[in-house]
Design a protein around this ligand. Sequence first.
Ligand code: ATP
Length: 491
Amino acid sequence: MAPTLEHTYATAFGELAFAAEPDIPAGSKVTWVNEPLARELGLDADFLKTPAGLQWLTGQAGPESNTYALAYSGFQFGQLSPVLGDGRAHLVGELAGKDLHLKGSGTTMFSRPGSDGKAPLSAVWREAVIGESLHALGLPTSRALAVIETGETVRRRSPLPEPAGILVRVAASHIRVGTFQFAAMQCEPKTRSDLVEYALNRHYPEVKNAENPALEFLQAVVKSQAELVAAWSGLGFVHGVLNTDNVAISGEAIDFGPCAFIDAFSRDAVYSSIDRQGRYRFKNQPAVTRWNLTRFAEVLLDLIDEDPNRAIDRATFVLEGFEDFYQDAAARVFARKFGLDVQGAPADILAEVYALVEKTFDLLEVDSLDFTGFFRVLAENEEGIELPEALGQMSSHSGLLKEWWAELLRLRAETGTSEQAARELMEQANPVYIPRNLALDAALRAVEAGDQEPLERLLSAIREPYKHKPGCEDLESAPEQSRFFRSFCGT
Ligand SMILES: Nc1ncnc2c1ncn2[C@@H]1O[C@H](COP(=O)(O)OP(=O)(O)OP(=O)(O)O)[C@@H](O)[C@H]1O
């Protein structure tokens, strides 16, 4: 049997959570359960695959339905949409302090006019695989608990129908920057102060008794977002749609629809077919996150200080800390990738590591090198202090490469990192396996045709990302044609 879910958010915020029934078509089946996650949550994976498990996962198990569509607003590609909300998603409840949430579960009062409330099976799986990969790589992220096939079809990328699915996901919460924007525009001021208190209790209890809770909350979200985006930089990960409704205040990655890990490196990498101006390209992610946080600060100002000018000064001071948090976090992320032990290192060393990150990007970009492959080759270098031959073969700019290598060795010496320590750091920071774009795409096409095996194989590799897995060699690198890959945003 499965536990009873809580509804603390919906109970506390009736003006932000509206009763809404999911549409679970007859014949729907749970076709995949995330067994490690089920275990972590104390759930029985075998039960979840049964018809009773399907009912529990979709909020239909009790005598009455307690499922909700959540309200939020959002700046989408820079333009404010005052009312968005779960238009094809439902909150089922909370388990162990986390949200259980459906996507692709039918229309609600927030549905986009004329839209079907559904999700293509391939989009459901893309989110499931990427979430598992980010989690295995140590990043905070929402994760798929299960995939449901409904037997229905949807039309997205072509006039041809494709199978539909429902994602059952688990997230720290679904409180977004856009939730606060909605509360600011549509609710009494008390809703926002209650929401700050609720969010602090749930996500940042260490600062919940602060003298100025709204200011401390802003500070905590700024820091966690800076760390999140720095971790993405370290993986060459492009979220895809960093609208304010896709920014969770918990600091987890959510709603990474048309996301991808970069193969051939370019700072301008953008994978989403709807991001025509490249607003959310790789190199813009820190600046765009700062922009999103500024929109967040705007709707907290009156809670920060009743004097508007003082409130702006205080919020600005916190926002200005974003760059420092980001650079510090990015320097630490890349230090591990470079094999540098920076524990206890002074700020000037971290600044030098950060400068080396930019030089690395130059080196990768000038030859469009494979981001993940470059770092893994570095981790597996057998040549000690000699410039690794394999890197020499990858790069056609030997001058740049030699300079870069000399700088890396200088920082190793400066930080007193032994060869052994360097190798250990790099082997645990530079993955062998990420969901390569073309391999993921091929696996998604297979699942649409009824074959789940390629996805299961990909999952087994990315779940242990730092270890070579016999039989998965084809998933270790990107084929040449991946340079031209662009993910379709048919969510
Ligand atoms: N198929 C759909 N049917 C009804 N409403 C939809 C559908 N797809 C998106 N919407 C709604 O349109 C608005 C903007 O959606 P957005 O593009 O952010 O999609 P989303 O469902 O939130 O997907 P993602 O998780 O990838 O961000 C949201 O209110 C969303 O619920």
